[in-house]
Design a protein around this ligand. Structure first.
Ligand SMILES: Cc1cc2nc3c(=O)[nH]c(=O)nc-3n(C[C@H](O)[C@H](O)[C@H](O)COP(=O)(O)OP(=O)(O)OC[C@H]3O[C@@H](n4cnc5c(N)ncnc54)[C@H](O)[C@@H]3O)c2cc1C
Ligand code: SF4
Ligand code: SF4
Ligand code: SF4
Length: 412
């Protein structure tokens, strides 16, 4: 039995979830990505894995739906601030939870690895909130979704488009009105191996274990995002997107999964009911839809099922209709996938033969703030490491109020 070519395998894990004999195991390659391997002795050649692989047979939605696009953000300022874009994901997820449903998405395990999780309480939603720019481990979540559906629960599943394609392929049914799906506009997923080397490098440098990761901290603004890492000893690492080595390597396409460079999903023929993204290229038209640099979601409704969910969740958001062209124009990942960096091969040779410090200096070095963004230079540069403990910070902020707290911080 043959699965798809390695270069096309997205690691969606539909094949593993479907195999009736547990004859497929995952093997990590030298770049740290996981690939399925069939154990010949256990395989009964039933063909289910090849039938379910989305890269061997794509089953796109056949519904002829006239897409709608909205720009939006959550009315709740705290939740918007903690989300990557405008927080649309949280608005949809809360609605599913209010109907006693379950929500699946990418979170962290106890070692800060990125994994897909099943969440049943609103208070746990923070685990899924925020983009994690690393390939998420799907595990057996597809079969958990099936169980939830058979138990009559409303389900929201979120992930990259290839993960959603894998889920539908595995289920063989869209289970409309019970299963709702969200996919992200996707630049590509970075290697878990580089992510783990990056964490090790930070832990060595700051002499403490990483406690919490935020790949898109909004303190320096939504447009210039920040990498914020909180350590167990209270130290807070903060680097803007032009400085942080992981962000630089990700955006230079040095360590994305190979299938991302020939991605079938980088267009507006979407798999999921709803597509979410940053609304790059957003244009405000009046003071009500003013862009305040706090994050705007691009919400693309791709099916009538998606519209059902949007109608239920929209009361939590401020939203404004936009056309599909505006969404596509500002977001390259909606029209094409990204080629690998020219020096990708050499990068990996160096990763395997040199120290990570060397690799950072050679490939993941800082970048000048671009000319068009110089007017934000002060704001970007003032985003600096912080030695204070997290708890007093939070308490001070609450007691003093946001304005006074920010003023005192500047004086310090
Ligand atoms: C790897 C990756 C690449 C992206 N590339 C782009 C891009 O090129 N252009 C663009 O406009 N937007 C991109 N996004 C999407 C964007 O960063 C936001 O995730 C999206 O707009 C949702 O934001 P939100 O404010 O609604 O919710 P948030 O709370 O910020 O997002 C949470 C959602 O993201 C999902 N998620 C987080 N990390 C992962 C992961 N590793 N794998 C699968 N799902 C994950 C969660 O399951 C949840 O559904 C990307 C996201 C990821 C994870
Ligand atoms: S052919 Fe059937 S038994 Fe063999 S690996 Fe594929 S799904 Fe499993
Ligand atoms: S089903 Fe997914 S993980 Fe399995 S071979 Fe196909 S793309 Fe790879
Ligand atoms: S770029 Fe394409 S193949 Fe890569 S993770 Fe995103 S959707 Fe999957």
């Amino acid at each position: 039995m043959e699965l798809c070519k390695k270069s096309e395998c997205t690691g969606c894990m539909a094949c593993i979830n479907i195999c009736p004999r547990k004859a497929i195991v995952l093997q990590q390659d030298e770049e740290g990505f996981l690939y399925p391997i069939i154990l010949k002795d256990n395989c009964i050649k039933c063909g289910a894995c090849a039938k379910v692989c989305p890269q061997m047979n794509s089953k796109r939605s056949e519904e002829n739906y006239d897409k709608k696009v909205y720009a939006g953000w959550m009315k709740n300022r705290r939740l918007r601030r903690r989300s990557t874009s405008g927080g649309a994901f949280t608005a949809f997820a809360k609605e599913i939870m209010s109907n006693n449903g379950v929500v699946y998405g990418a979170g962290f395990d106890k070692d800060n690895k990125v994994i897909h999780k099943r969440i049943t309480k609103k208070s746990e939603l923070k685990q899924l909130r925020g983009s994690k720019y690393v390939q998420s481990y799907i595990g057996n979540t597809f079969s958990q979704v099936k169980d939830d559906i058979l138990n009559g629960m409303p389900v929201l599943f979120s992930g990259t488009p290839c993960q959603i394609d894998g889920l539908y392929s595995y289920l063989g049914n869209r289970y409309e009105k019970q299963l709702f799906t969200i996919d992200l506009v996707c630049h590509g997923v970075p290697s878990p191996e580089i992510y783990s080397k990056y964490l090790e490098y930070l832990e060595k440098q700051y002499k403490s274990k990483v406690n919490k990761m935020y790949f898109r901290d909004k303190e320096p603004g939504w447009y210039v995002f920040g990498m914020r890492v909180e350590f167990q000893n209270g130290f807070v690492y903060k680097k803007n997107t032009y400085e942080d080595p992981f962000a630089r390597g990700f955006l230079r396409n040095l360590f994305l999964r190979p299938s991302c460079h020939s991605c079938h999903y980088a267009n507006n023929q979407r798999i999921a009911d709803v597509t979410l993204a940053d609304f790059w290229g957003y244009q405000s038209t009046n003071e009500k839809d003013y862009d305040d640099d706090k994050g705007i979601s691009m919400i693309m409704i791709n099916s009538s099922n998606g519209d059902v969910l949007f109608q239920q969740a929209k009361h939590q958001m401020r939203y404004f209709a936009r056309d599909v062209e505006q969404a596509v124009q500002g977001n390259p990942a909606l029209s094409h996938c990204f080629p690998p960096a020219e020096n990708r091969e050499q990068f990996w040779l160096d990763v395997h033969s040199n120290s990570f410090e060397y690799v950072i200096e050679k490939y993941m070095y800082s970048e000048e703030i671009p000319e068009w963004f110089k007017f934000r230079e002060q704001q970007i540069k003032s985003y600096k490491n912080d030695r204070r403990k997290h708890l007093p910070n939070r308490v001070f902020r609450r007691v003093l109020g946001n304005k006074l707290y920010e003023k005192l911080k500047k004086i310090k």
